[in-house]
Each structure stands twice: as C-alpha cells, then as structure tokens.
Design a protein around this ligand. Structure first.
Ligand code: ZN
Length: 481
C-alpha cells in the first residue's frame, strides 16, 4: 500500500535513500533526521557506498534499516533505470521482514516521483493468485516523502489501470473468458453518467454481418462479443478517439495449431483488450476530458468440429471477401470487422488499435518496444511522444501502398497473410488492418513482444503480463490529443 505523506518523520521500520554519484559526493541532503545524515556521511567518506547504478548498502541502526541505493551518474539516470532500481530496492532482501518504509527521493521533480511510484507499484506487482506464499511488496506500507499530493494520487490511479490489465491477462483463459470481460467492463462503468455501453451479442453480430469476428470464435464454447464503451468526457461534440483491443481470450492457433513451446502463454492474446480496459479505468479515475470509444473484440480461437478452416473464404463486415490463409492470423480478422464497424457506425476522428498480433514483431523489435504502424505521421508522432514520456516504449515501422500487393488472394478480395514467412510480418498484418479503416486517421500497436514476460524478469516487470499500452494510452488521451 502506498500512502501519501508530505511531512513524515523518518521513523519507520526502514528508510530507502536514493543517491546519485553527484549527490553522494556533494554530501548535501535535506534529511530532517540529522543523526541519520551523519551515519550516511560516514559510510560515504569511508567509500563503503559509491552510489553506483543499482548499488545497495544497508545501514542498520538498532531496529531500523536505512538502505542506501545508488542511481549512478545523474546524466545516466533513465526512466527505465529509475523504475528498475526502485523496484529492486523495495524488493531488497535487506527489507524483507520490514512492514513500513519511507522513501527519500534524490530529486523532487514530477518525472522522478512518477518514476519512483511506478517502480514500486508496477515493479512491485507479482501475479500470485495461485501461490500460497505471497512475496509481493504491495503488502508493505510505503511512503514517499515531500511530494505533491496530486502527482501522488494521479500516478497511483494510473498504475491501478496497468495492474488491472495484468490481472486480466494473467488469469486462466477459462476464468477470463468473454463473459468475464463483459462483467468487468460493466462493473467499471456502472453508475457513471457520461458513459454508455453497447454490447453486440452473437445474434447481433450475425445480423449485422461481422463474419470475420464470428469465424474466429466458431470453435469456442464462449459467446463472441463486440463491446463498445462510449465515454463522453468533453462538452465538445464528436471528435472521438477510438481505442480498439484484440481480445482473443485464448489462441490455440486454430486448426493451424500452435506447437508446444508457443501455445503455453496464449492467454496473453487478450492483452490488447486488457489494455483497453485498464485505460478505461484510468480515464474514469483521472476524469480525462476527451470523447473516447473503448472497444474490445472478444473471442476465443479454439479448435473442435465447428472451428473455421484454413482456406475458408469469409465475407467481412465491410463487404470484402477474405481468404483465411492461416487460422492463426486471427487477430487481424477480429480487428478488421471491429475497425470497419466503428468507422461506419461511429465515424471516430482517429483510431488506435492494440493487439498481441505477430510473432514477427518480437523478431523485429524484441520485448521492450511495441511495434507502431500508422497511416498518419502526425498521429504517429503523438503516439511515440506518449510512449517516450511514459517508458511504455514503441517504435514505428513503415506503412506504404506497395504492401497491399502481398495480400492478394486467388480466391478472395484479400488474404489474411502477407509477405513470405520471415519477412516483416508486423508490417503486412498492419497493412491488412489498414484496408479496413478507410480514410480515418489510424495507428496500430503490436504488443506481441511487450505484453508478457514469459522468461525471467525483464526491466521492472516480473513474470507474466506487463500492462503494455496502458500508460502510453493514458498519457496520449490525457496530454497529447
Ligand atoms: Zn493467432
């Protein structure tokens, strides 16, 4: 639990003191507890602590532990290093048994405080629902000294959305199915006056002809849904931003079945919809003054006698016929119908979609950058600025007319796979989506690499979902549009 306290005395079980190499050398600290300053001075003078990046030195004073934490050179402190070092500090074995911790930041500016809070709340998050012995840092009472209450409250609120997304992505696919997702959204929006909710059920999806979305779900025992939340935060009419998430609650690959080694983490395939839900939560708690459509296309790509088949030709909502060249390229089918449905019926000013779409994105960019594809450079710039400011990173890949040639089909107007295997699959998946947004300004974030940590911890993320996209979208909506 993170509490706000502008003037706490240094009298908790533990104190974490962040120091850059420069601040350690200058020996100037504004601690209210002078005897502590003296002890720190002694350690530094004896060169026992140099404030190297990630260095920890425990100063034991009776029952209290003062943990000195190094950040390295001031100019080398990055958004990532600050968050990573903070998470390592609050998870430090030196503080394991201590319940209440005060934190003394090395600087008092907004970016530093946000970084420290995110280091604690995002870096301290662990998925432990099914583990008897919990380790999470979030059960400790942590207080950062001398910061503005507004930054504190807003950052804590925004981390709540990130961690909600992680809870949804991390849980079993049969726990977080299409019905659960609907229930979660209903719960978030219930009683809110400026929000309306529309859910297209299987019957309505059939009637309206969202056949691509329906095809993907044919092998599932759960009903498909297109969930649309209409949030009116601005008195200005129109000017809607639509945020669309791929919500494949489990992706077996369909009849193009994924092999062992690739299928185990496929609960992550609703990471896009998860990010939409986390951002919805943040938008409400931060009272963002924009008009926004939050959209989740929710299906399961399962196998069984009803499953759709490789080679099927399906008529999309916008009228184009699509050859299903591969049933594992299902996310773009779900999104294509969701996008064209939005464009036709809601006419948003701009659309951004998020999807754990292609393994190719991991090949191109690895695990720390989401792939960005966009039809509008100005919009893409705003998305990249939000990515940079929030450390929810993204990197833009090219989008151009020539890519369309690779989507030509012998049997239909277009097919759902593009360039030959191994060649820029993220770009051809993006190109497929672009064929369904018309002239609407559009950006697409491929979060296949960033949404989930399947191996050892990465940056400040423990195992499992990272909530990729939530911080980026929250900042984009709040500050960049
Ligand atoms: Zn797939």
């Amino acid at each position: 639990m993170l509490t706000f306290n502008a003037n706490s005395r240094l009298n908790k079980d533990a104190v974490i003191v962040f120091l850059t190499e420069e601040s350690a050398k200058s020996k100037k600290w504004n601690f209210k507890n002078l005897s502590l300053s003296k002890d720190i001075l002694q350690v530094i003078s004896a060169k026992q602590f140099l404030a190297n990046e990630g260095e920890q030195f425990p100063l034991v004073r009776g029952k209290q532990v003062c943990l000195l934490v190094g950040l390295g050179k001031r100019s080398d402190v990055t958004k990532t290093s600050l968050r990573t070092i903070t998470s390592q500090a609050v998870l430090s074995p030196f503080l394991k048994k201590l319940k209440s911790i005060d934190i003394v930041a090395h600087e008092q500016n907004e970016a530093t405080i946000i970084g420290i809070i995110e280091g604690i709340l995002i870096g301290g998050y662990r998925w432990e629902k099914y583990i008897a012995k919990k380790s999470a840092v979030l059960s400790k009472s942590i207080c950062i000294l001398s910061v503005s209450k507004k930054i504190y409250i807003d950052t804590i609120a925004s981390c709540a959305g990130v961690n909600l997304t992680r809870d949804l992505v991390n849980d079993n696919a049969d726990v977080v199915n299409s019905n659960t997702i609907e229930k979660t959204i209903r719960h978030i929006v219930s009683g809110k006056k400026n929000i309306s909710l529309k859910i297209l059920t299987e019957k309505e999806l059939k009637k309206k002809g969202l056949n691509l979305l329906l095809a993907v779900n044919k092998g599932s025992k759960y009903p498909p849904k297109l969930i649309i939340v209409n949030y009116r935060g601005s008195s200005k009419k129109g000017d809607y931003t639509a945020i669309v998430g791929k919500g494949v609650t489990f992706d077996t690959g369909g009849l193009n079945l994924k092999p062992t080694g690739y299928i185990e983490t496929m609960r992550l395939d609703m990471g896009g919809a998860g990010a939409v839900i986390g951002t919805l939560k943040n938008t409400i708690s931060l009272k963002i003054k924009k008009n926004i459509l939050f959209v989740c296309g929710v299906v399961e790509n399962a196998i069984g006698p009803n499953a759709y088949k490789p080679g099927d030709v399906v008529k999309s909502y916008d009228g184009k016929t699509v050859e299903v060249a591969n049933t594992d390229a299902e996310g773009r089918l779900v999104l294509a119908d969701a996008l064209s449905y939005l464009v036709k019926n809601y006419k948003p000013a701009r659309i951004i979609d998020l999807a754990t779409l292609t393994g190719a994105c991991v090949v191109a960019l690895g695990y720390d950058y989401s792939g960005l594809v966009s039809s509008d450079d100005n919009f893409a710039k705003k998305v990249l600025a939000a990515a940079n400011d929030t450390d929810d990173r993204a990197w833009q890949l090219p989008s151009y007319n020539g890519l369309k040639d690779h989507l030509k089909s012998q049997y239909a107007d277009i097919k759902n796979t593009g360039l030959p295997k191994g060649a820029a699959g993220t770009m051809s998946a993006g190109e497929f989506l672009r064929q369904f947004v018309g002239k609407t300004k559009w950006a697409h974030l491929d979060i296949a690499g960033t949404a989930f940590v399947a191996g050892p911890s990465r940056m400040y993320f423990g195992y499992g979902a990272t909530g990729a996209g939530v911080r980026l979208l929250t900042d984009l909506l709040k500050n960049k549009l």
